[in-house]
Design a protein. Structure first.
Length: 135
C-alpha cells in the first residue's frame, strides 16, 4: 500500500489575550476643553444615561473610558469629578463626545453627543456596558 506523508498544519498564530474587547472607537485627540466645547456645539444628538458603577473617581472613569472604550481623555476636572472625552468611529470617522460626572448615590452620569441618533444610542449602550462591568 502507498504511504502518505501527513500534511503539516501551521501552528495557530500567537495572539496576546486581553480582557477588553476591541473598541469600535478610536481616540480623537482634541487639544483643550475649549476645542471640546466647540465640537460639542456641532454634535446635535444628545443622550444621557446614569450608570451605577464601582468607578467612582474621575481617575478611574478616565481609565475605563480610555482603556476600555477607546476614547481620548481631553480633560479631567477634579474639583467637580468630571471627565470629558472625544473619539471617532473607526468605520467612518464620525465624532463622538462624552461628558462623565460622578454624582453621589447615583454613580456616573454620562452625556454623549454625536451627529446621529443611532450612533448616540449605540454609544450610550456601549459606554454603559463598559462602566457597569468595572470590577
Amino acid at each position: 500500500p502507498p504511504t502518505t506523508t501527513p500534511t503539516k498544519t501551521a501552528p495557530p498564530p500567537t495572539t496576546t489575550t486581553t480582557t477588553t474587547t476591541t473598541s469600535p472607537i478610536a481616540p480623537l485627540p482634541l487639544k483643550s476643553s475649549q476645542e471640546f466645547g466647540t465640537q460639542w456645539k456641532t454634535c446635535m444628538c444628545e443622550k444621557k444615561v446614569n450608570v451605577l458603577t464601582k468607578a467612582q473617581t474621575s481617575d478611574r472613569i478616565s481609565q475605563v473610558l480610555s482603556d476600555s472604550c477607546g476614547l481620548y481623555v481631553v480633560d479631567r476636572i477634579l474639583k467637580t469629578n468630571e471627565v470629558i472625552c472625544a473619539g471617532k468611529l473607526k468605520t467612518n470617522g464620525s465624532i463622538c463626545l462624552v461628558h462623565a460626572r460622578t454624582v453621589a448615590g447615583k454613580g456616573v452620569v454620562i452625556t454623549a453627543r454625536t451627529n446621529s441618533k443611532a450612533f448616540t444610542n449605540k454609544l450610550c449602550t456601549f459606554l454603559y456596558s463598559k462602566l457597569k462591568n468595572v470590577a
